[in-house]
Design a protein around this ligand. Structure first.
Ligand code: APR
Ligand code: PHB
Length: 392
């Protein structure tokens, strides 16, 4: 087989990149280890920056998102028993975020790929990437026990944190930066109306909480728990009691509880791999970086890489400028580190890590950043997402 680009991984990064390239007439094959059902079963965040929304539109897959996505012009932060609103429209130059689940985006992208006729191979095994430093790399994989080979020009490693792409870069070349936080987020999805029409991130004496949503009838809530906690020990009742105990008095009684549809504990990690390009391989999304979920930057950062790689590929294939690939890693990493910083900072400010003086200082930060014009601007501009840079 032959393809201009081989995309490893059919998560949101791989599927969005594949759709954009296909639309631009750059042929690509997506290789995915899991089944489509498995990929769609993963529950992840659902707050989309305008940059991401723009790319989905450019890929021609925005119809359902435009219909069902909820525009949010503000976000709330609770601390010291009080709730403060960050007016995104006002403090981020009229920008907003769209609340629409990652699972829905992935489903839309999968459907669009099938409709476009672009090839995807699911349930592949033993993917290997070869000759990345040569002009003609190739990818080997097994499907139904048989090995196959794809000759290509470039490989996009969109295979998440546990994928094979990053590990293909020799250890002498790559440097990894990692921090694991001492808590996880216990999340519950339920068919209950959200407590507020906007997200509420909060911290209380008992710890962090987040009241989020997927729609006007489906909520997603989180509390932080110690890493020793097991999800089996959290009955729905215990979860709702804990959440209620963390909520400020003014909303406590608005909480509508109900049976969980999904319940899981997610670890909190900051991780970056540098560089994000090695020869003809590009790392994209979770394959190159992980942020803790506070601030909902994971998917948005993945789409920022997709944006840069797509525009670099346009230069390469449409303007015959192969040298354009050299800017990929530094363009991505600049934005990656900004999002890493923002997510790390929000995480520290909203969790009870450290000792008493740290907590006091974090509270004072919350007061400053949600209570002054300068502070509100700093949070709002980053929450809606920093702009993408030009690709030359
Ligand atoms: N071969 C083929 N596919 C693989 C391999 C492999 N060796 N290893 C992993 N995969 C697949 C996984 O099964 C998964 O479907 O790659 C895909 C990677 O998808 P994601 O983990 O969703 O990563 P990405 O597309 O970059 O999406 C980033 O997901 O984790 C969130 O916060 C993150 O929202 C962000 C988004
Ligand atoms: C979610 O809705 O799952 C969600 C929202 C915001 C976050 C993280 C997760 O920061």
């Amino acid at each position: 087989m032959k393809s201009q680009v081989v995309i490893i991984g059919a998560g949101p990064s791989g599927l969005l990149l594949g759709q954009l390239l296909h639309k631009a007439g750059i042929d690509n094959i997506v290789l995915e280890r899991a089944t489509p059902e498995y990929v769609l079963g993963r529950i992840r965040a659902g707050v989309l920056e305008e940059g991401f929304v723009g790319l989905v539109k450019e890929a021609g897959v925005a119809q359902r998102m435009d219909r069902e996505g909820l525009p949010h012009g503000g976000v709330k932060v609770a601390f010291n028993g009080e709730i403060r609103r960050i007016d995104l429209h006002k403090y981020a130059q009229g920008k907003q975020v769209i609340v629409y689940g990652q699972t829905e985006i992935t489903a839309d992208l999968m459907e669009a790929r099938v409709a476009s006729g672009a090839p995807s191979v699911y349930e592949v095994e033993n993917v290997e990437i070869h000759d990345l430093m040569e002009d003609a790399p190739y990818v080997l994989f097994e499907k139904d026990g048989e090995q196959q080979r794809i000759d290509c020009d470039y490989v996009a490693g969109c295979d998440g944190f546990h994928g094979v792409s990053r590990k293909t870069i020799p250890e002498t070349v790559r440097k990894e930066y990692e921090k694991v936080y001492p808590v996880g987020w216990l999340g519950v999805l339920s068919d209950t109306p959200p407590i507020s029409d906007e997200l509420i991130y909060g911290v209380s004496d008992r710890g962090f909480f987040l009241c989020s949503m997927r729609s006007n009838t489906r909520s997603r809530h989180y509390v932080d728990v110690s890493l020793e906690e097991k999800v089996e020990d959290w009955s729905d009742e215990r979860f709702w009691d804990e959440l209620k105990n963390r909520l400020p008095d003014e909303v406590k009684n608005d909480l509508v509880t109900g049976p969980s549809i999904e319940k899981s504990i997610a670890p909190l990690r900051s991780f970056v791999c540098e560089p994000m390009q090695y020869g003809r391989l590009f790392l994209v999304g979770d394959a190159a970086h992980i942020v803790p979920p506070t601030g909902a930057k994971g998917l948005n950062l993945a789409s920022s890489d997709v944006n840069y790689l797509y525009r670099v590929m346009l230069k390469v294939f449409k303007e015959n400028k192969p040298e354009a690939i050299a800017q990929y890693s530094s363009l991505c990493l600049r934005r990656v580190w900004h999002a890493e910083r923002f997510s790390w900072w929000m995480t520290n400010m909203l969790h009870n890590f450290g000792d008493e003086i740290d907590r006091k200082i974090m509270n004072s930060q919350l007061d400053f950043y949600t209570g002054t014009e300068a502070g509100l601007r700093v949070i709002a501009e980053q929450y809606v997402g920093l702009p993408y840079e030009e690709v030359t």
